[in-house]
Write a protein that binds this ligand. Structure first.
Ligand code: WAQ
Ligand code: MG
Length: 637
């Protein structure tokens, strides 16, 4: 029965203070991997770097199987609300002196285990009060069935623990507050009410937390309770999966807003919460956030044109002359001379017959893809394409075929494998926004031609950066144009909006069929005039293009010299980190030193592929980039 199974226990501490611990029961074949996994986890914890890690492997005695406690989630918005709810739940379990119990969480902070309290007298019952009692030798049944669950799952681990604890002789309740400064959730558990998760019980950033087990029974039984907790091997069956969190005890459904709050708490807990900050300075290579001066290493304003006086003057002048907003859609009353002038200029710049502007790049992609293919058609899309392309593909209703990143052989074979369909479109980023690499455009075009597929590239991060004079991939490769050359006004051109360049036929088609163009208010004249002026600056000062690329190459060299691998074919220099939280911690540390480098995480990139994404500008100095590289290298190792 216990044949071939082992208990694996991990605990990590720093100067005697508990940092993290974990319990698993796994088949012998999985032991080495689980040991490695838990060791890695011990070394990567938001509570700190341990100076002591113990991973212990033990053969368990007889294993007891227990059914999981039921689980309900209570959404709270503030720690005060969460603690009040915890008190109510304990009171419902017949516990009286709740304020005194809650006050004891001040002392659980450095404990490896839990406090064991007499539920009525509040006497401490455990022999070692500094350590507490630790529930060990336990796991979820399905984690064995799956071999072993990878990574860390606060939720399932806590339910396993709580289930075991509630089956220990004399235990009547448990209250837990996560000790992870980034995880603000806790719970109250009893046999009667099950496991009641409380989404917010402490402030974010608060490193305190712990567990209190409440006991009611004869003193002579306490040693047996502790033995059960510390030695009895337990496998917990039917631990509800994360998706079950919304199902209340009596099957009652939480309200619609509770569902949102709960999902959001889970996102925050996973280190994937998002918020914006206010940049209190003109767009450029430096900014001020929360009163702190920062070097911006994350701007798409590659050529430093957003604050260029020629560009801002054109915007101001256009606003004065034509109004702040256009007042209508392009096909009603929203088209003004600056729209027409910019479109002509874009077509000249890219060397196409015509161009069409959109209010944003996102809308340009969505509206163009959906205008070119629909139900019964096929769109082939690189797996690393930007979200706006992905959304355009979905919206189009065409069958979406995703091919391997920049893998032209894969594209070719997928095209060859398509049956007959009316239309096909192949769409790719020109420069990939999170990786900084470049599409193999000549082969891409050749394949599209051979299969009579529309070819479309998104030059959002290529225009102004790639090609000797910043005209993009066609200039870089010296090749013909794809059918659709999409780009943005909001990056190297320092303004806002999106555009498509192509033949007159294509542009006429989009004017008639592209819903995001037709049904949006035209962008304001000032945005158009700004982009027009920026294009003129770019044409007059191509050295800006050379400078941004030299800067990117310089940064890559500096990083390499310091042992950090990075590569780029554009102004985007990604530094792969992997773990989401580590990436966030690195970004935070860099920011504290005056460097604004964003951590890019799921869902922008794949899970476990988090990265620092540096975007270089022509305005960065060598000294800026050297300092940045040194700081990145320091936090990377
Ligand atoms: N036995 C007794 N006490 C323990 C044990 C154990 N096996 N493991 C941890 N503790 C104590 C110890 O004092 C820790 O500092 C404290 O509990 C918190 O431990 O979303 O993450 O492992 O439903 O950090 C609860 C909410 C998360 C989960 C709890 O606990 C959810 C958590 P942690
Ligand atoms: Mg913890």
């Amino acid at each position: 029965m216990a044949e071939g199974l082992y208990c694996v226990k991990m605990r990590a501490s720093q100067e005697g203070r508990h940092i993290s611990g974990a319990e698993r029961i796994v088949p012998s074949a999985a032991v080495p991997a689980v040991v490695a996994q838990l060791a890695a986890r011990a070394l990567e914890h938001s509570k700190g770097v341990p100076d002591f890690v113990n991973v212990k492997v033990e053969r368990p005695g007889e294993i007891v199987r227990l059914k999981s406690l039921s689980v309900a989630t209570k959404v709270t918005r503030t720690p005060a609300e969460g603690r009040a709810l915890a008190a109510d739940l304990l009171r419902a379990a017949g516990i009286e002196r709740i304020d005194e119990i809650m006050a004891l969480f001040r002392e659980t902070y450095s404990m490896r285990g839990a406090m064991l309290l007499d539920a009525d007298t509040l006497e401490r019952l455990e022999p070692d009060r500094a350590r507490g009692v630790r529930a060990t030798c336990m796991d979820a049944a399905d984690s064995i069935a799956k071999g072993f669950a990878s990574g860390k799952n606060h939720y399932a681990e806590a339910i396993v623990l709580a289930t075991k604890v509630q089956h220990a002789p004399g235990i009547v309740a448990e209250i837990c507050v996560s000790d992870d400064p980034d995880y603000v959730t806790g719970y109250v558990a009893t046999r009667g009410i099950g496991y009641q998760r409380i989404t917010v019980v402490k402030e974010k950033g608060d490193p305190s937390g712990g567990r209190i087990f409440l006991y009611r029974g004869p003193r002579e039984q306490v040693p047996e309770t502790i033995r059960f907790l510390e030695q009895q091997a337990v496998i917990v069956e039917d631990v509800p999966s994360l998706d079950m969190r919304h199902v209340g005890r009596a099957g009652a459904r939480p309200s619609r807003m509770d569902i949102l709050a709960d999902e959001l708490a889970a996102v925050e807990a996973a280190g994937l919460g998002r918020r914006y900050q206010v940049s209190d300075a003109p767009t450029g290579p430096t900014t001020v956030i929360d009163g702190k001066q920062l070097l911006v290493l994350s701007s798409n304003d590659y050529l430093d044109l957003a604050r260029d006086s020629r560009v801002t003057a054109a915007a101001a002048e256009a606003a004065r002359r034509w109004g702040a907003g256009s007042g209508g859609a392009r096909l009603t009353t929203g088209t003004q001379p600056p729209h027409v002038a910019l479109e002509a200029h874009l077509a000249r710049f890219k060397g196409t017959e015509a161009a069409l502007t959109y209010a944003t790049g996102y809308m340009a992609n969505v509206g163009t893809i959906a205008a070119l293919v629909g139900k019964g058609d096929v769109v082939l899309s690189d797996e690393l394409n930007h979200a706006s392309i992905i959304d355009g593909c979905r919206l189009s209703g065409a069958t979406v075929v995703v091919y391997r990143h920049n893998d032209m052989d894969d594209l070719e074979s997928r095209l060859a494998g398509l049956g007959t369909c009316r239309r096909r479109l192949v769409v790719s980023d020109a420069v990939f926004s999170m990786d900084g690499d470049m599409l193999d455009l000549p082969r891409f075009l050749e394949i599209c031609h051979r299969h009579d597929a529309f070819s479309m590239i998104d030059e959002a991060h290529a225009t102004g950066v790639v090609g000797a004079t910043g005209r993009g991939l066609c200039e870089h490769f010296g090749c013909e144009h794809p059918d659709v050359l999409m780009g943005t006004l909001s990056k190297a051109l320092g303004s806002e909006g999106g555009y498509v360049c192509g033949t007159k036929l294509l542009i006429d088609w989009l004017r008639n069929r592209s819903r995001s163009f037709i049904f949006s208010t035209a962008p304001g004249a000032s945005a158009m005039a700004a982009a027009d002026a920026a294009l003129s600056v770019l044409e007059a000062e191509p050295e800006r293009v050379a400078r941004v690329r030299e800067n990117a190459a310089f940064l890559v060299e500096e990083l390499a010299r310091l042992g950090v691998k990075a590569a780029t074919q554009s102004a985007i220099v990604p530094i792969l980190v992997g773990d989401e939280r580590r990436a966030v911690r690195m970004a935070d540390a860099l920011r504290a030193e005056g460097f604004l480098v964003p951590a890019i995480r799921y869902p922008t990139v794949a899970r476990g592929a988090a990265r620092l994404r540096v975007a270089v500008m022509s305005a960065h100095t060598r000294a800026d980039l050297s300092r940045a590289a040194a700081a990145i290298a320091r936090h990377y190792s």
